[in-house]
Design a binder for this molecule. Structure first.
Ligand code: SF4
Ligand code: MG
Length: 313
């Protein structure tokens, strides 16, 4: 039931006539330990806001975020600091998120020290092992971020996330800024680290092929809502929601012999400031009926864990 609304025009939540951007609007799902849940959707669908709300970098407007049974949305600042050891996030732009004035080693050592991960005497060895884990050279300890390539910098951000020995890592467009060949290397690294350290990922991306490559289950977001959620096969081979069908009919699939019929959508994504009534997708859905304009479709299970929010499914 997670919601994140932003009041528009400096208003407060207590005034009735406020307008909000409903960036995340009543989203529910779970992630099992050891799995990778992909979240896909076009830009502005609320997937990044959702990632931040899970991590409590942005306080949810409503709803619960349960981590190992505890509602972390109720955590006090001190508990949240502790939680940062368990949940980490990796962003798209590794250059912007790294301190340019510190060597990579000093930066990683500082994190290790603040969170008391290993005794001080073992810091250097620990950090150099981290660098090796992410495919860098232990000698890179003494280098500055600008001395690395884009792919290497993203490896440094992965090392930074790993430094505190987290259980869950939220990857928000983690490979989107990289060249395709480098993307594949970083994705493979993430897979390898996941197995080695028994990690769990929430992998947020607008790139359907990247999500397909890495995910076990996939959720599709449209205008702040989850419209479909299933294991990878269900989403990529048997999509049920008209939005998912349209989105996925646009990607070429070399493994499918028969020609896929391309489904075209009308118009653009509406503004999140002014979301359509009923099913939010009705302004673009080729199958929309009168009911779709009035009633919000329930997000319900159609078969074996496959969930869809559509009146016709
Ligand atoms: Fe289309 Fe109606 Fe289904 Fe929404 S509920 S996706 S408008 S058919
Ligand atoms: Mg984003």
């Amino acid at each position: 039931g997670l919601k994140k609304y932003f009041p528009v025009g400096g208003g407060s939540f207590f005034k009735k006539d406020n307008t909000y951007v409903k960036a995340v609007d009543d989203v529910s799902f779970y992630v099992k330990q050891g799995e990778t849940l992909g979240i896909v959707g076009e830009s502005g669908c609320g997937k990044s806001t959702m990632g931040r709300a899970i991590l409590q970098l942005q306080t949810p407007t409503e709803g619960e975020v349960l981590f190992e049974g505890q509602d972390i949305s109720k955590f006090k600042p001190k508990q949240l600091r502790e939680l940062r050891k368990d949940i980490q996030i990796i962003f798209q732009d590794p250059f912007g998120s790294l301190n340019q004035r510190m060597t990579v080693g000093a930066m990683l050592s500082e994190i290790v020290r603040v969170h008391r991960i290993v005794p001080r005497s073992e810091e250097l060895t620990y950090v150099q092992k981290l660098l090796k884990d992410v495919g860098l050279n232990p000698e890179h300890y003494w280098r500055y971020p600008h001395e690395f390539s884009g792919g290497q910098r993203q490896r440094v951000s992965i090392a930074r996330a790993l430094a505190v020995q987290p259980k869950l890592i939220i990857c928000d467009e983690a490979v989107s800024a990289l060249d395709v060949s480098v993307q594949a290397q970083v994705l493979n690294l993430l897979q390898k680290l996941k197995r080695k350290y028994n990690l769990t990922y929430i992998f947020i991306s607008h790139d359907l092929s990247v999500v397909k490559h890495i995910s076990d289950r996939v959720g599709v977001m449209y205008l702040g809502k989850l419209v479909e959620l299933s294991d990878k096969h269900g989403i990529y081979k048997e999509p049920q929601h008209p939005y998912t069908q349209a989105l996925f009919s646009a990607i070429p699939d070399v493994s499918v012999q028969e020609k896929k019929e391309r489904m075209m959508l009308k118009g653009d994504v509406p503004s999140p400031l002014n979301v359509p009534s009923g099913c939010r997708f009705h302004t673009r859905c080729p199958l929309a009926t009168e009911q779709c304009k009035q009633e919000i479709p329930e997000f319900r299970e159609t078969k074996d864990g496959h969930k869809v929010a559509c009146h016709l499914v």
